[in-house]
Design a binder for this molecule. Sequence first.
Ligand SMILES: Nc1ncnc2c1ncn2[C@@H]1O[C@H](COP(=O)(O)OP(=O)(O)OP(=O)(O)O)[C@@H](O)[C@H]1O
Ligand SMILES: [Mg+2]
Length: 603
Amino acid sequence: MNKEASKQKSLPFFGIGKVLPYLRKYKKALVGMILGSLVGCLVDIGVPMFQRYALNHFIGEGTLDTIVWFVILYLTLICGAALFNYISAVCCMNIEVGVDRDLRNKAFNHLQTLSFSYYNQNSVGYIHSRVMSDTQRIGSLVSWTVLEFLWQIGYVVGAVVVMFATNARLALLVVAVLPLTVLLFSLFQARLTKANREIRELNSKITGNFNEGITGARTIKTLVIENKMEGSFVEDTASMRRKSVGAARLRGLFAVTMNFASSLALAVVLWKGGVIAKTQIGTFSMFMSYAQGMMEPVRWIVDAISDLITTQVNIERLTKLLETKPDVNDTDEVVALYGDSFEPKRENWEPIRGDIRFEDVSFQYPDGDEKILEHFDLDIPFGTNVAIVGETGAGKSTLANLICRFYEPTEGKVLIDGKDARERSQLWLHSAIGYVLQTPHLFSGTVRENLLYGNPKATEEQIDKALELVSAKEVVEKLEKGLDTDVGEGGDMLSTGEKQLISFARAILADPRILVLDEATASVDTITEQKIQTAIDTIIHGRTSIVIAHRLSTVRNADVILVVKDGKIVERGRHEELMRKRGVYYRLYTRQYEDEATYSVLG
Ligand SMILES: Nc1ncnc2c1ncn2[C@@H]1O[C@H](COP(=O)(O)OP(=O)(O)OP(=O)(O)O)[C@@H](O)[C@H]1O
Ligand SMILES: [Mg+2]
């Protein structure tokens, strides 16, 4: 929040320039909005003139000769104003909704191109509010705020012109009161802004807690800290209520004081100025209307400026997101040859074979403070079945991330088919890799839709075969509507094991040359695991596969087992060789074996 507060001190109009390009699409609506607001303020200026005429002519002179024309003209004016109000409101709405949608789409598309690391560094809540609330505020700024701004400024200018044209001396006296209003307003404004800022800060704290309360609901329940969470929530909302009521009081007091003080000042000026006696009643009434009418624009404009300053923060945050460059980026030459995700040039893609090589790779996570890999070398020729084992935090998933180019090496290269991965597009690589994540993710939709993400052209038989291969067929059959069962947001209606099986089937449907399984069977029972193990043994033929496993019994058949510790390969070889060696792998294996034996005895 402090960061935001300091940003608010910079120039208020600075950020707007970045939003202007988004208005280009809405030229017609802009014209309608501007025209509507100008007509609107002309009517506002015109009404007191009618009043003046009526009072001076019909009452002052006591004649009704022009009353018919007066009524016709007045009604025309009012009806015209209503029509223009309607037009400008519709245009305004179009701009607001349109700009909001364009910004959201752009932000959403841009988010798809950002790397893993962006999502590590920015919380879902943060990204969500950039895409949802910042865009909304900007949309309403460029529509309603601009409309109101033109209207209010137009009113002040028009009223001043009419007043000077009617009676320059009286006009001068009325205008002389304006600075007083501005002064009074600025005094209140400072306190109001402070109160509003406090309310906003509290509000975002409450929203944050609320989000946490929802996303962490299960953890909160298991830790039995509902009371504590509820306590702090209640405290925050109570303080929010206190502050909001305080601010509302301040605002009320402010309006009353403003009206009273400015009317009083106006009365004194007019009285001392000695012009009342010489002025017709109608003219005087018109001046009074203008004087009162000008208080609101003055208040509004000062208010709008402070609003603009806060919206600038929204603009800055959103443009920062839109300007964030992904850490993993295809160079211009690569895009020119291979295309990007929106326009892939598949005709230029070389068929992938599946050789993977790490050459003197050092790696550090963008927000990490130590090197996970240092001068790491590894050669995985096509068709090899590699198993990576090691303790938690050893760097196994990191290796998988680098192979998939979710991250790029800080130094050195990862070669795919003998060529630096960076020399080809990410899409080329990703379309050839099947990856089952440690934390599986499904999209909302049905099981079938999720499977088709792997291969949109898959036939019923292919789907059936893939499910059978990973023993997911029974799982799907058990579901209420089979393949057409909705899996819920992120697949949350399924168990983690079920999600893992479905994402496994999805990876197989894609028929990839390289298969990366990061603890793909961590959440399924031993029987299913054994079935999957058989499946893995079948499907890895003709592919390069990297299998990361905690349970060592599952990797016994691997062509080569790499034992990783602190980002280094400490042992490598086949199961039997490593067991004979009696080193790290042997110790890991026997310990696990003993644990499992104890567990089954106890169980
Ligand atoms: N996104 C990240 N940003 C910063 N550091 C990370 C990130 N992901 C992992 N690390 C760090 O890198 C190291 C290796 O993590 P990695 O996920 O590769 O371990 P792992 O061997 O897969 O462990 P596990 O068996 O628990 O899955 C850890 O010390 C971890 O703290
Ligand atoms: Mg891992």
